[in-house]
Design a protein around this ligand. Structure first.
Ligand SMILES: [Zn+2]
Length: 562
């Protein structure tokens, strides 16, 4: 038995069997029922959306003696004659018959009345392929058509049709078919042919069809031939697309800067024989879905993914930084453009993946922001290292040198409920009325609580700041803010508490509205109302700090203050 493709086998015979396009179908049905059929129609829309199918049904329906609900009945004499093939319905593929001679031929033949039905129908597919002179010849016919002539022009590129032709046609636009309708259609067909299937597999095929019923069915055909049962694995293998789960793992690793995982996943996918180009496309597609899931409230509907896949996409989107997604997309798109000139695509791809998962290699503002946000994300996820058991190893080794030892009293303060002034320590430098020195270098020894009481009025800058830090730690989960604050140097200027930093980034970040609000609230809790974060070189501050710092840094040299 000769093989008939699914698309031909399941071509709709009536309007009701059409997959979507109800807006077009409704217009045509009404015209048939009211017997107000025009002479020329232009069907526009992407390929595989049903233009030719609708044209054929319409051609039969206008001729049917007894149309049912606007569709050909299929049993009357005319319907039977038409389905056996007659001269009354002529299909012309303009892609191969685009000359003026074909159109002149058509002009002559259209004058003869139809053999069986009422109308002589010409379906001209890919009409935009006609030459200029062929269009002119067609125009002559459209200007004065015989009463029995009906023209259906179909095109994927309506902008290439001359305005003179457009103005004589009734234009109907076909739309891409949503994945869920394609899925439904394919499920029906699979049940009819008795093929076992996994719903995920059908969803994957529908997605690959990208809105075109014909494309979907031709993909389905390949996948059906691939294995006994239609499985998701089988479909991804037959489509040559990298498996979603692996691609998702790779993408997640990239976005979180986990380079070893990203590289090993890439190796794994490529060693399975996927081409670099296919993998790149898969990653870009996945990233665009992640971006949609990140930004759109109705992402689930927009993406039309199977539930499991969507929840995975959503999970990645929620865990990733928006800028990181954008940055990854930009880098991969650039790589895709460079791919055709590359002698070793694999190296190009791996470099791109390293670049994405290792923003440290770049010093652009974007990569720095991505790094900062990733740091914030990790801090928010893991319990703060500061709260770890004193004896336990600190989970984030990078931070250890910047952070005080757990037993250091400055941070290991008693709970806030205890009287505020009962701090278990007091900064020795503050008590000695020395200029404040960076705490990092000077680790104050624990002081018994009894020695620490100090009235609020005479609270030194260091003490006030110590209280602030303890309160901040208790009340805010913002680890980055805490880390940035721990480097500040506190002093008083009049009644105002001045916090100084040397870093431009820290300075700007702390003056950001959200950070400032947290600091303000925290200070309010310890009774400090006026404070300001300044940069060290602002110069307004007493430069005793700077001198002390200089003396310390250049202890081998004499430092003279002039
Ligand atoms: Zn009929």
């Amino acid at each position: 038995m000769a093989h008939i493709s699914l698309y031909r086998r399941f071509r709709p015979a009536t309007f009701d069997e059409m997959v979507r396009q109800e807006h077009v179908v409704r217009v045509l049905k009404n015209q048939i029922e009211k017997k107000e059929v025009g002479h020329a129609y232009l069907f526009c829309g992407p390929r595989g959306t049903g233009k030719t199918s609708v044209a054929r049904i319409f051609a039969k329906a206008v001729n049917c003696e007894n149309p049912k609900n606007g569709s050909p009945c299929g049993v009357c004499e005319t319907c039977r004659a038409l389905s056996e093939g007659t001269l009354d319905i002529t299909e012309i593929d303009a892609a191969s018959n685009n000359g003026v001679n074909e159109m002149r031929d058509l002009r002559e033949k259209v004058q003869y009345p139809p053999v069986t039905g009422k109308y002589k129908v010409y379906i001209i597919d890919e009409v935009h392929m006609l030459t200029d002179s062929a269009f002119n010849a067609l125009l002559k016919t459209l200007e004065e058509p015989p009463a029995h002539a009906l023209f259906i022009l179909a095109t994927t590129e309506p902008h290439k049709i001359p305005a003179t032709i457009l103005s004589r046609c009734m234009r109907l636009d076909f739309k891409l078919i949503p994945a869920e309708d394609l899925e439904k259609h394919l499920t029906g067909i699979l049940k009819e042919i008795g093929k076992e299937f996994e719903p995920e597999a059908v969803a994957a095929i529908a997605r690959a069809g990208a809105g075109s019923d014909r494309d979907m069915l031709s993909i389905a055909e390949t996948c059906i031939a691939y294995s006994e049962k239609l499985t998701y694995e089988g479909v991804t293998a037959a489509l040559g697309a990298a498996d979603f789960k692996t691609a998702a793992k790779l993408t997640e690793a990239m976005l979180h800067g986990e380079m070893p995982t990203a590289i090993s996943e890439t190796e794994k996918i490529l060693s399975e024989g996927k081409s670099v180009g296919v993998l790149l496309r898969d990653l870009l597609e996945l990233l665009s879905r992640i971006a949609v899931a990140k930004t759109c409230a109705n992402a689930e509907k927009l993406l039309a993914l199977p539930k499991e896949l969507f929840s995975r996409v959503k999970e990645i989107a929620d865990g990733a930084d928006g800028r990181a997604i954008l940055r990854a997309t930009e880098i991969l798109s650039k790589t895709e453009n460079e791919l055709r000139f590359a002698s070793s695509p694999r190296i190009l791809l791996e470099t791109a993946i390293m670049k994405i998962s290792f923003p440290e290699t770049e010093l652009s503002v974007e990569s720095l922001v991505v790094r900062l946000n990733e740091l914030e994300r990790r801090l928010a996820q893991t319990p703060m290292p500061l709260e770890a058991e004193p004896a336990a190893p600190t989970p984030a080794p990078k931070r250890t040198e910047r952070e005080p030892e757990p037993e250091e009293p400055f941070y290991d303060a008693p709970p806030l409920e205890e009287p505020v002034y009962d701090a278990p320590f007091e900064d020795p430098f503050a008590r000695a009325e020395q200029p404040p020195v960076k705490r990092q270098e000077e680790k104050p020894a624990p002081v018994p609580p009894a020695a620490a009481a100090a009235p609020a009025e005479s609270m030194t800058a260091e003490v006030a700041f110590g209280k602030f830090m303890r309160t901040l730690r208790k009340t805010s989960r913002n680890g980055v803010l805490f880390t940035m604050c721990s480097d500040l140097i506190a002093s008083y200027e009049g009644g105002k508490l001045i916090l100084t930093t040397e870093g431009e980034t820290v300075f700007r970040s702390l003056n950001r509205e959200d950070h400032r609000k947290i600091m303000q609230d925290t200070f309010a809790m310890i009774g400090v109302t006026d404070f300001e974060v300044r940069r060290a070189q602002d110069g307004r501050k007493d430069n005793a700090d700077a001198v002390a710092q200089l003396k310390k840094n250049f202890s081998n040299y004499p430092v003279e203050v002039k």
